[in-house]
Design a protein around this ligand. Sequence first.
Ligand SMILES: C[S@@+](CC[C@H](N)C(=O)[O-])C[C@H]1O[C@@H](n2cnc3c(N)ncnc32)[C@H](O)[C@@H]1O
Length: 272
Amino acid sequence: MEEGAAIVAAAQRDKQRQKMPFRLADWHSRYLQQARWTEPLRAHLFSRVGIGAARRILEVGCGTGAVLASIPGAENPRSLVGLDIDLERLRLAQSTAPAAGCLCGDALRLPFSGGSFDVVYSHFLFLWVGDPAAAAREMARVARRGGWVLALAEPDYGGRIDFPPALETAGRMQTESLRRQGADPDIGRRLAGLLSAAGLRILECGVLGAQADPGGAGSAGAELEQRVLRNDLGETIAESEWQSYLDADRRARESGSRILYVPTFYAAGLVP
Ligand SMILES: C[S@@+](CC[C@H](N)C(=O)[O-])C[C@H]1O[C@@H](n2cnc3c(N)ncnc32)[C@H](O)[C@@H]1O
């Protein structure tokens, strides 16, 4: 194939891929990408709460196991549990995190008695639960006295920066789409208050560093970001608008000026 024809074919393939709906494997890729963003924070907080010595650990809303599989020292005899409301994701979690026991359940009614765990954590969960105050209370209830509740990452799209300005509209549309999907896109700023209201003593809270690699044009990270956005926007964006967005995004990445920043909050609470 000539070079020009090859470029056109590659562009068409990209276009097709952008349109394809997100499937389980795509979600797993997305969760792995997000888990990479929070790796330094997790290392810090897990070390602070002494997770290596913890015997009973629970992830609420474990999805496909992207974080669950990374819990350090999983070879020690201990109880590591992942809970999620979505059975399909949970089945994948059982294979990505074979050391964990995976359980289908609701964060709003955790199927454990009080004080069952040393560490209870979540990662990009509160955004989706509908009643985040109830989820925080449940996590606090099932953690033992002197144990920990860690809300490791919750975004706040209200503080989003899309740059250059040509990319702002699609960003705002994505935030509205999340709202329509039932998410609370501004949950991040409320996180520490939610844990505190659940009776936890906040020992540390803040916003993740913003050092994320924006990804060069055509990189796997950039493509995944575009696909998540395309999936969220669905039919709300016309194909011509979408193509303009992709062009502007590519040009910004090529020139090194692209910024996509969504503040991501965390909070660590001790059970008094
Ligand atoms: C964005 S994903 C994050 C998955 C995983 N924590 C990670 O970071 O890779 C949010 C997960 O929360 C789950 N979830 C949403 N509402 C839930 C609820 N009420 N109870 C349990 N899980 C829930 C979803 O099914 C989904 O797997």
